[in-house]
Design a protein around this ligand. Structure first.
Ligand code: DAH
Length: 324
């Protein structure tokens, strides 16, 4: 390094020793590194240096700048005296803060792992949908209440944020031929906000289409899934229900703290849906189900307000550090 540069560092150290206040240190900083500071001016002079010298000088100046910067940054006023801070490596270490996975991500992993063991393959879909895939193809007519503007977020006249992951059923059946066995975790959107609803939440959809699939296959799969997710034999009931895209349709309730709680919707895929995706309902049949991820996570972890998942409160989130 050029002599004038190395003496500059010792000169800087001397000057810092004479500082009495943080303001004094700031002045020194601007004297060396400020807009018109010495080092900054040296950089400007580079422009006139000889081409062969430029690279070497530039490198030296960069080293000088970072040395000066570190020295100033590490200078503190301690007991009214300036001292260069030093690091005592013999002190006990502090553990670095390590984040943890979000409880919703943990729940998605748990659910998909179980379904994968039952032969379901993961598929993702798009979140901005056409009305056709979100409604019509799923046998949801124009007059259906879920198409109401109050429930659905429309981005354009015919474009909306998908209200359920069932739309992925349609894309997949159109793109792949039967038989197929898929699961589709993802975000869905509805205009709703209270302790058990949020405008964005997560669902997972399951779809199994093959020859000879009947309601027994649906029951067997979903009972096994629920027991595996909760880690014990659960008291379950199938309650008849209605979904436009399945016939017959059911909802599964589980007995939880003396009450029946709804956990998912399911049913045999409606023949209109199969016809919409060019699958012959005389040849193939299938079942589908859809469940809310937040709901399953709330039941497992005893959470009563769904909105807590999305408030980014570290004290809430860090409780799941060892949940996996
Ligand atoms: N799409 C339904 C919802 O969002 C959930 C659902 C119910 C999905 C029954 C299904 C099903 O595939 O068979 O409420």
């Amino acid at each position: 390094m050029q002599k004038k540069y190395s003496s500059l560092i010792s000169e800087l150290r001397e000057k810092l020793k004479d500082c009495n206040t943080a303001h004094d240190i700031a002045n020194i900083k601007s004297e060396y590194l400020g807009k018109n500071g010495y080092i900054t001016n040296e950089f400007s002079k580079l422009r006139n240096a000889q081409e062969s010298e430029k690279k070497k000088l530039g490198k030296e100046l960069n080293i000088l700048k970072s040395q000066a910067h570190d020295i100033i940054l590490n200078t503190n006023i301690i007991n009214n005296k300036t001292e260069e801070r030093f690091v005592d490596v013999t002190l006990p270490g502090k553990n670095a803060f390590v984040g943890s996975r979000h409880p919703i991500s943990i729940t998605i992993s748990e659910i998909t792992k179980i379904l994968e063991s039952h032969g379901f393959t993961p598929v993702t879909g798009i979140e901005v949908e056409n009305e056709y895939y979100n409604f019509e193809a799923l046998n949801i007519p124009e007059s259906h209440p879920s198409r109401d503007m109050h429930d659905t977020f429309y981005v354009l006249e015919d474009k909306l944020l998908r209200t359920h992951t069932s739309s992925v059923q349609i894309h997949t059946m159109l793109n792949q031929s039967a038989p197929l066995k898929i699961m589709t975790p993802g975000k869905v959107y509805r205009c709703d906000s209270d302790p058990t609803h949020s405008p964005m939440f997560h669902q997972i959809e399951g779809l199994y289409i093959d020859k000879g699939i009947n309601f027994c296959h649906l029951k067997g799969t979903l009972i096994a899934f629920i027991d595996e997710y909760f880690g014990k034999k659960m008291e379950i009931r199938f309650r008849p229900s209605y979904f436009p895209f399945t016939e017959p349709s059911a909802e599964i309730d589980i007995r939880f703290k003396g009450k029946w709680l709804e956990v998912l919707g399911c049913g045999m895929v409606h023949h209109n849906v199969l016809e919409n995706v060019n699958i012959n309902p005389k040849q193939f049949s299938g079942f589908a189900f859809g469940l809310g991820i937040e709901r399953l996570a709330m039941l497992k972890y005893g959470i009563t307000d769904l909105r807590m998942f999305f408030e980014n409160d570290i004290s809430f989130l860090s409780q799941f550090e060892r949940a996996e």
